[in-house]
Design a binder for this molecule. Structure first.
Ligand SMILES: *Cc1c(COP(=O)(O)O)cnc(C)c1O
Length: 433
């Protein structure tokens, strides 16, 4: 495919014209720069606001004003059952059955709740295997769970790092470490797509390896959900959790999500912390003693649905449903491939792309590792109305998302980098901004 790409504005605009997902960008609000839409490459950090959000938010405010407590049953989307409206759409996005998914809480909270159930050390099986340099919240969650059970994190946590001189983790190293840990291993907990490098792991293979030594496999899908096609049920994953404000465009601090395989979700023997919203729904208002978990992932819920925090999720999942993950993925491969093709023409700047070059090993994100001046380049992009994401010490992350990014966006990004060549030959661009 890459052989047919062209580094020209005409080519990029032509691709936009034949892109069936192009009209979807009309459904989003773009930040402005010099009275124009920015070129937004930060959907991996905070997705854009769907235009429908403010209308749907108005509806909830109106229903509250009009109905007060009766809104639990009389609101347009009755609040009593509000969390159920997400199941169908989430199930399609992560490849699950309806009762294997639930929208609840936020990501780090869900990770803790699920580890309460799936990290229960006993009989010498107490270790957790994760990737080195995981997102800090995941590191803290795993560290404190281990401490909670009285273990030393230095002993109980096995971290898999890239080999000397490499940026990516060899999957073989993960599989070997699982085999080596054997019956000391309780849990494998890995980020499905690494937030820093954009590397996507073979979740099915890792799950099978974990199961073969009697351990559970759970994944943090913050950077995978809405980005990669997933088949969590088919892959026999034990549990997963994610946030909704990155690729899922559901707003800052938006409601998180969780997957629990039905073999656990429907098994009342699997311990879970109780709250009234996870209790058997038919019994919820009987105010009886004794927690009886409902069937499925919903039984991990604690509280009634935070409706205002779910409105944007509703708007966004509608867009995903209309576009479809398969169509999104098809464009994503081509769009990120185009960005990669363009970046390979940029030879005057000191960076390398550390994200895997194989499409099946990455989503839409590309991570550019600079040996110097990365921050200056980032500042120049900002000055040009291009929103990228800076990660210390020296990485620029960009995510051309298939829902609202265009081929022209990619070309404009490339054009800005090419301009830097001329500028740097004359004067320092840092002085401009
Ligand atoms: C974004 C992200 C988080 C953020 O957690 P919140 O609880 O939503 O604040 C956690 N882990 C990973 C891997 C992330 O990418």
């Amino acid at each position: 495919m890459s052989t047919s790409y062209e580094a020209s504005l005409e080519y990029a605009q032509e691709q936009d014209q034949i892109d069936i997902l192009f009209p979807f960008r009309e459904r989003f609000l773009f930040p402005q720069h010099n009275e124009e839409d920015v070129r937004y490459f930060c959907g991996n950090s905070l997705g854009l606001q769907p235009k429908m959000v403010s209308y749907l938010m108005e509806c909830e405010l109106r229903d509250w004003a009009r109905h007060g407590v009766e809104g639990h049953f009389r609101a347009g989307y009755p609040w009593f059952s509000y969390h159920h409206i997400f199941e169908d759409r989430l199930a399609k996005i992560v490849g699950a059955k309806k009762d294997e998914v639930v929208a609840m809480n936020t990501l780090s909270v869900n990770l803790h709740l699920l580890m309460i159930s799936f990290y229960r050390p006993k009989n010498g099986r107490y270790k957790i295997l994760m990737e080195a340099g995981a997102f800090p919240s995941d590191q803290y969650a795993v560290e404190t769970q281990v401490r909670m059970h009285g273990f030393d994190p230095n002993d109980a946590i096995i971290e898999i790092a890239p080999r000397e001189g490499q940026h990516l983790i060899e999957e073989e190293d993960i599989l070997n470490a699982i085999a080596t840990a054997g019956n000391t291993l309780a849990l494998v907990m890995i980020g499905g797509v690494n937030y820093y490098t954009g590397q996507f792991f073979d979740l099915q293979q890792i799950t099978a390896a974990a199961h073969s030594v009697g351990a559970y496999a759970g994944f943090d899908l913050a950077h995978a959900v809405g980005n990669m096609p997933l088949e969590l049920h088919k892959w026999d994953v034990d549990f997963a959790c994610w946030c909704s404000y990155k690729y899922l465009n559901s707003g800052p601090g938006g409601v998180g999500g969780a997957f629990v395989h039905e073999k656990h979700g429907n098994n009342p023997e699997v311990f879970r912390l109780g709250g009234w919203w996870g209790n058997d729904e038919t019994d919820r208002f009987k105010m009886r003693k004794g927690f009886i978990p409902q069937k499925g992932a919903g039984s991990w819920q604690m509280s009634n649905a935070p409706v205002f925090n779910m409105v944007a999720h509703n708007a966004s999942l509608d867009i995903f449903d209309k576009a479809g993950m398969a169509t999104l993925r098809e464009k994503s491969i081509k769009l990120t491939g185009y960005m990669e093709f363009l970046l390979r023409q940029v030879t005057h700047l000191p960076f390398e792309i550390i994200t895997p070059s194989k499409p099946e090993k990455r989503g839409c994100q590309l991570s550019l590792l600079f040996s110097e001046n990365g921050r200056n380049v980032f500042d120049y992009l900002t000055y040009k109305g291009i929103v990228a994401d800076w990660r210390e010490p020296n990485v620029i992350r960009i995510a051309p998302t298939p829902l609202y990014n265009t081929y022209e966006d990619c070309f404009k990004f490339y054009e800005a980098l090419m301009e830097l060549k001329e500028i740097s030959e004359n004067y320092t661009y840092a002085a401009e901004g």
